[in-house]
Design a protein around this ligand. Sequence first.
Ligand code: ANZ
Length: 925
Amino acid sequence: MEYTFRHIEQKWQERWKASGAYRVSNNSSKPKCYVLDMFPYPSGAGLHVGHPLGYIASDIYARYKRLKGFNVLHPMGYDAFGLPAEQYALETGQHPSVTTDENINAFRGQLDNIGFCYDWEREIRTSDPGYYKWTQHIFLQLFDSWYNRHAGKAERIDVLVRIFEQDGNLHHECPGDRSIRFSADTWNEYSYEEQQNVLMEYRLGYLAYAEVNWCPALGTVLANDEVINGVSERGGHPVIKKKMRQWFLRITEYADRLLQGLDAVQFSEAMKDMQRNWIGKSQGAEIKFNIAGSMESIVVYTTRPDTIFGVDFMVLAPEHELVDGITTNEQSEAVNAYKEYVQSRSERERMAEVKQITGCFTGAYAVNPFDGRKIPVWISEYVLAGYGTGAIMAVPCGDQRDFNFANHFSIPITNILGQAFSGDEANPTKEGKLFNSDFITGMEMKDASEAVMLKIESLGIGKRQINYKMRDAGFSRQRYWGEPFPIVYRNGIPEAMNEADLPLELPFVEHYKQGEDGEGPLATITDWVNLPSDNGTSLRRETNTMPGYAGSSWYFLRYMDPHNGDTFCDRRISDYWGQVDLYIGGTEHAVGHLLYSRMWTKVLYDLGYIGFDEPYKKLVNQGMITGSSRLVYRVRGTNQFVSAGLRAQYDTDELHVDVNIVDGVELDIEAFKKWRIDFANAQFILEDGKYICGTLVEKMSKRLFNTVNPDVLVEKFGADTFRMYEMFLGPVEQSKPWETKGIEGVHRFLKKLWRLFADEQKGLIVTTAAPTADELKTLHKTIRKIDDDCDRLSFNTAVSSFMVCVNELIELKCNKKAILEQLLVLLTPFAPHVCEELWETIGNKGSILDAAFPVFEEKYVTESTKEYPVSVNGKLRTTIKISLDASSDEVEKIALSNEVIQKWLEGKDPKKVIFVKGKMINVVI
Ligand code: ANZ
């Protein structure tokens, strides 16, 4: 009986499929467990061994929980909209749906090969109209909601309309534009269009003008990272900022709840910090400065009101609306030239710590409301229009950038912070005592800030203000391969489409080029865009599509109820499944997908669609598997390759070689010659008859020939070996280089396991004999360890424990069914195929997938005897093994009759025998 792993694996994969072994029911009396992987974008490149790391970990956990008696939801699907498919369509004319389907099929084949326990009947694809119908539906809920700051939750727009009809917006500051203030009367007098414009400033899904990077030469809108120094990364064409009407999600309204929610979830601290920093909550003040000789005033945002006596100049963002109004005639030419320069700079470039200091004086002066000093007003790119009020009070003695700026432009500096200020650098210490600062001189920063704040409030020149770094999320893409917006513009006013008309399907297009002026490709299909209109109104569709994160913001809900045609997920079903118990995926989604899906979940919760407001209870980020590249050394100008150890003697060029034709570090020369035609006649300088390659750890990438296809390893060693080896590499969260070599050790382990059950000649050798204490001890030690390791997702240590266990059982020559079948159940999550095969072979009915996880029993691992140290007058003389159940009289008898002790007693009677149970025996003579 041989371990024919490929045959066994295929057999069970087919059987499991036929029996629906991984089908999950929504009706179960068992407790639930929801284990989710971040679904993949089905790229054309296929899977390499780095990709399934997280999938294997979650698969093991899902199988483990099933054995522990849970009803486990473990689904998989595809994040199928996205740019690469569209880019490919642009280049080849192939419709993205065709290439996406092809990629998905290839992907599926690779996943199936590894033997995952996904319930494929729940598969979703975000590009499927049956799915994006609900993405569009949820978008409409966002469009139809606003955030009631008093209630701290989203509410329907018609609630807001009723409030406006009664009170105007007196009690509900407009989040989009704080300057909008109106009474009920004014509201009721507004035209329909005016009312709609106001409501747009409140909606959670809203339209606003925003700048995009428009590249006229390429005829396309570019993402921020596609623009370098004002030109397109591709082709180096000029890029200009262009205001376009775009959709946004008002995620900023959820900033506080997104922060608070982090306290209730199990994410790594690093992940929580990334999200906190991204949200960037800052507490400070807005303070008004009047402009000398003008009716205008500038409102600044500062986190340091205590430094008000050290303000030496002010800086406005060059885009600030007051700039033109306050600039003097003399300065206007210079200011205009400077503004033009800033236009070409991306926000990222402006925020970066630039060595070069730029700015321009406006000619205007502001008046410090506290000491009446006149201070010059400048504009500079280091102040961002979109943060705070877009204007700052500059305090060179407290802020390094202000200090550098003042120095560069020779603006005189006042020194009001701690004595340590030396004049050649700013002193941004927050603890420094203030001096020369009027009524706050000598105070600590916190008290000083509070004192200034109170004064500001009493003078009515400012207020406390909380700001967030996070911006509302852009939700429009000028692309084809995404969800169309279910919005129609009636005479330019956006309206929600009728829910009954959803999904609004992506129309077929002839080409994927963008429309005019940066519009998306959909704009070119005029008969789709322009709808037949009644009574002279114009009806036009939205031509942008939704971004990649739309479909992934709620997909975890659809898996629960994937075929529901009436709603995106039945409330009773989402109540049953609830939060994702374990979510596994990469860290790259820290501030994108994770924040957006957290926000969507909160909105759906607020609106009563679901009963929980955090999607993921526990998040684990798998580490990256890096490639271990192999290098060969070609003697320069020849076709001769020198082995790594000898290369110092030659002048060589280093080339990457396909890791799949290297065994460890030894090059397979024949395979190398076949690998590329120009190497067919290559010559080799060998060491000890071998060609040894150099090695290098770097990113796993096709370009570096260091990707390893899981299919190849599964074919050679089997899926069970592959799964265990991926886990054996190290802790799931840790990044580590891939080494194929070690896989053989894991494969040998499975062969050894097999031989506990079967002998090549004798066949099955399992017996029904009763297990010994030692065998039970090995088994129960392993149960305890595996249970604990699986619970903690410590799968690498679990694999080691299995190895130890099998070695011990071999040593004990244990072929007993009572032991081995329990071991199989423990091992099933890791190596399901071989375990199911052996489970059946030893005569079990039913699938091992439905077995119960073995129960650990303490009694089998506790020692029944103890090797006691026995002393005579405090000196250790011998040790004696005595039952732990023995009474002190019995112990005394055993000790005193011991040969060694008798010798020391020299025939005398001991004065006493001291016995500490479980510890020691001391005979006093
Ligand atoms: C005076 C001051 C004195 C400041 C001092 C700092 C130190 P965070 O924590 O990031 O919110 N600031 C305000 N708006 C800005 C903008 N649009 N662009 C660039 N900088 C801006 O930081 C707020 C601080 O960053 C504010 O406090 C302001 O400088 C600056 F010793 O005001 B401070």
